[in-house]
Design a protein around this ligand. Structure first.
Ligand code: GLN
Length: 532
């Protein structure tokens, strides 16, 4: 079968959940037995979101091959259970970088380099790239941003050209909009949708399907109205009503016949009903928790939901598997002081100290670790969270006064967390951390071994600093076990305290690999420990 391309744009407002819709459609097509991948094209000029503050753009998601990407790729992987890669996230920065480098090499000698055709050609080349590997039947492309943004114009133009170039049944376009409800008028309003589609049409793109985000069901009359004014077939206006869980959205989209409509439009000979039993049984467990636990998430970006997206999702997956509702209490680490730490963490069944960068809020994280260690509360430290449990142990158990990470004070006497050798040579900030999947060897008889149930694992990384091996002996003697090592470099990857009911810190990011149908064992056991 020739590869089919589906383009998904959004209009009216941002944060409509385009990524969830794209992932849901991809999930349905995959569940019909098709080979599917999704990619995201982001209109910002950063080469990747690795240099963006999570407050700007939410979490930075890391792929197996070490790409720092948009958080929507996390949704793609969680919904599909298929890994993405560097090729699945393209930004305006990457496009321009390629074109400008090519210009310097002389590839366009004599020509004026322009947005059309040079930038749009490069966008199109990347849009088709995954499809040309022969590995996929369908490639979904989500265009970031909102139609009408100045930045997204070249991407929309590229979609227009591809729709014009490719055979009719090879490519289609889906537009997601908002149908707001005016409570004063007790009415759903379609005008913003009409305007958004008009803007898309002005750019030359006629959507085949319109998906309307709404808080109330759309009547047939209203659907017909949208269809007529937006020039799509009746029946091609689909409602996406607010769902109780994002994992319910694929089922809602199936009920609206989205997948059926897509295979018909793209003339994909596929009469399978999607096989969704795994997802359904996950949702059943999620719907009927038998108990509840309170987990503190201690971090500095807590005021933005999206900043710890993968961690929050991993807790949902682990909760469902444990038939337990995980109530996450986001605690701003900057607000934690020695005087209020007990008050802030009172009643918590588990404490998770989050990843992060820089000095702000660090002392609060250290206090939270101390509380968890001394009070025997299940503790889980991820990346910076692991580093801070090492610092806490150094200060309060080993008595190493002022112990800290070199990230905060490169001149400190006890840099128990230090910069990795390979990092000392790098001066550039973008894409230069220790990134992506690395093997880790687990010592038998440890907590980590009982959690993973095997010796060899692989997890994804994103950090510049590491446990300082010069202190290994002191730590080990005092009872902190280094239970996971990188087999090639010897870097410490997992630390734990056998004297504690559940205390584990990991240098990597297990949250990236948790999915509803395959919850991550570390999260699973952390929640189980919290239940106990
Ligand atoms: N800032 C720390 C480092 O670079 C931790 C990074 C993280 O938590 N992702 O090593």
């Amino acid at each position: 079968m020739e590869t089919k391309y589906i383009f998904i744009t959004g209009g009216v407002v941002s944060s409509l959940g385009k990524g969830i819709i794209a992932a849901s459609l991809a999930k349905l097509l995959k569940a019909r037995g098709l080979r599917v991948t999704i990619q995201k094209f982001d209109p910002y000029i950063n080469i990747d979101p690795g240099t963006l503050n999570p407050y700007e753009h939410g979490e930075c998601y890391v792929t197996e091959d070490g790409a720092e990407t948009d958080l929507d790729l996390g949704h793609y992987e969680r919904f599909l259970g298929v890994y993405t890669s560097k090729a699945n996230n393209v930004t305006t920065g990457k496009i321009y970088n390629t074109v400008i480098n090519r210009e310097r090499e002389g590839a366009y000698l004599g020509k004026t380099v322009q947005i059309v055709p040079h930038i749009t050609d490069e966008i199109k080349r990347r849009m088709l790239l995954l499809g040309q590997t022969g590995e996929y039947d369908v490639v979904l492309t989500e265009i970031g941003g909102t139609v009408g943004d100045m930045e997204s114009l070249p991407f929309i133009e590229a979609v227009r050209q591809l729709q014009w170039e490719l055979p009719d049944d090879t490519c289609m376009s889906i537009h997601l909009t908002l149908v707001p409800y005016l409570s004063a008028a007790k009415e759903l309003k379609t005008k913003p949708t009409q305007h958004s589609v008009q803007m898309l049409q002005q750019a030359g793109v006629q959507p085949d399907v319109i998906i309307c985000r709404t808080e109330h069901p759309l009547s047939d009359e209203l659907r017909r109205k949208v269809a007529l004014f937006c020039n799509v077939k009746p029946g091609h206006v689909i409602q996406s009503i607010d769902a109780w869980s994002i994992y319910q959205v694929p089922l809602n989209m199936h009920e609206e016949h989205l997948d059926e409509l897509v295979v018909r439009k793209l003339r994909i000979e596929n009469f399978n009903q999607p096989e969704l039993s795994g997802l359904k049984s996950f949702l059943d467990r999620l719907r009927k928790p038998e108990r509840e636990v309170d987990i503190a998430l201690v971090g500095k970006y807590v005021s933005l939901q999206d900043a710890y997206k993968s961690i929050l999702e991993a807790l949902v997956h682990a909760g469902a598997a444990n038939l337990c509702k995980v109530k996450v209490h986001s605690i701003q680490s900057e607000d934690i002081t020695a005087a209020n730490v007990a008050e802030k963490l009172k009643g918590m069944n588990g404490i998770l100290v989050a990843p992060g960068f820089g000095e702000r809020g660090l002392e609060g994280k250290i206090l939270a670790v101390k509380y968890a260690r001394e009070k025997g509360v299940p503790f889980f430290g991820i990346c910076l969270g692991m580093q801070m449990c090492v610092v806490e142990f150094a200060r309060n158990v080993l008595g190493l006064k002022g112990a800290i990470s070199a990230e905060v004070n490169p001149e400190a006497e006890h840099k128990v967390i230090d910069m990795m050798e390979e990092q000392k040579k790098t001066t550039m900030k973008g894409g230069t951390m220790r990134l992506g999947a690395y093997d880790c060897e687990i010592t038998q008889g440890t907590l980590a071994y009982s959690i993973y149930g095997k010796k060899k694992i692989s997890e994804r990384h994103r950090h510049r600093y590491e446990f300082n091996a010069a202190y290994t002996e002191q730590f080990t003697k005092a009872g902190m076990v280094i239970s996971g090592h990188n087999p090639d470099t010897g870097l410490a990857e997992i630390v734990e305290l056998p004297s504690h009911p559940f205390f584990i810190g990991v240098q990597f990011h297990p949250e990236y690999k948790s999915t509803p149908e395959n919850p991550h064992p570390l999260f699973l056991h952390f929640v189980a420990a919290a239940i106990k």
